[in-house]
Design a protein around this ligand. Structure first.
Ligand code: HEC
Length: 207
């Protein structure tokens, strides 16, 4: 009985201390200050474990198709490079001001599986600047970006520009051009159907 009583008192004190700390304003939420190493460890460990767990069971389509990669490079340039940068290209002002900073995706792509890259791109990461692209994009509009990301670690600045130029017109960020020949074309990607504007789920997002 005595142990239970002591535990109840200790728990109450801890809860009051946590709530008091939250209201005190002592925790610095500014993006310009860095996390302490303990908070950093806790957040990144939690994040990596969550990504690994959630990516299990995701079925990865064939990502080797050149048309898919071409579509992906345009989408990457329009949707991701502003925050993450690209070969030979720093992140834009918005990306430079984020905390945690958006990592170089060439490094991420060499460490993460396609399923993990897909899951993060689709679902985003809470309490960071990483958006859930799945809120506005179907899976079939996300896989081309993942296909491109698998090539990213091998690209230098010139190769990136070349790929971007040769991919002109591909991907949903290039004049709604159909992604010719890729196995998922049309499947649920409303921008491939300009004749039905009421299904156009990208109308509110611009780059
Ligand atoms: C508004 C800024 C922003 C945009 C735009 C953005 N990201 Fe991110 N992204 C982030 C931030 C910030 C993180 C770091 C989150 C963290 O540290 O947990 C991140 C993390 C990631 C990660 C995890 C990397 C790792 O090593 O853990 C992947 C993968 C990723 N983003 C992919 C993308 C893709 C693909 C796009 C484009 C479709 C994109 N991001 C667009 C801000 C952005």
């Amino acid at each position: 009985m005595k142990i239970i009583k002591t535990l109840t008192i200790v728990t109450t004190i801890v809860v009051i201390a946590i709530v008091g700390f939250a209201y005190s304003g002592l925790y610095d939420v500014s993006a310009s200050s860095s996390h302490s190493s303990i908070v950093n460890w806790l957040l990144s460990t939690t994040s990596h474990a969550s990504i690994e767990r959630n990516a299990k069971g995701i079925e990865v389509p064939d990502l080797g198709d050149d048309a898919l990669v071409s579509a992906g490079v345009n989408d990457f340039d329009g949707m991701c490079a502003g925050c993450h940068g690209a070969p030979g290209q720093d992140p834009e002002a918005m990306g430079q001001g984020l905390n945690p900073p958006p990592p170089d995706l060439a490094e991420s792509a060499s460490e993460m599986s396609p399923a993990e890259l897909f899951w993060v791109t689709k679902n985003g990461i809470k309490m960071t600047g990483m958006p859930a692209w799945g809120a506005t994009h179907d899976d079939d509009a996300i896989w081309p970006v993942v296909a491109f990301l698998t090539k990213l670690p091998d690209l230098d600045a010139a190769q990136y520009r070349n790929l971007l130029e040769s991919a002109s017109g591909m991907g949903h960020h290039a004049n709604d051009a159909a992604v010719e020949g890729h196995p998922h074309e049309d499947a649920g990607h409303s921008e491939d159907k300009p004749a039905e504007p009421e299904e156009h789920d990208h109308s509110t997002h611009e780059h």
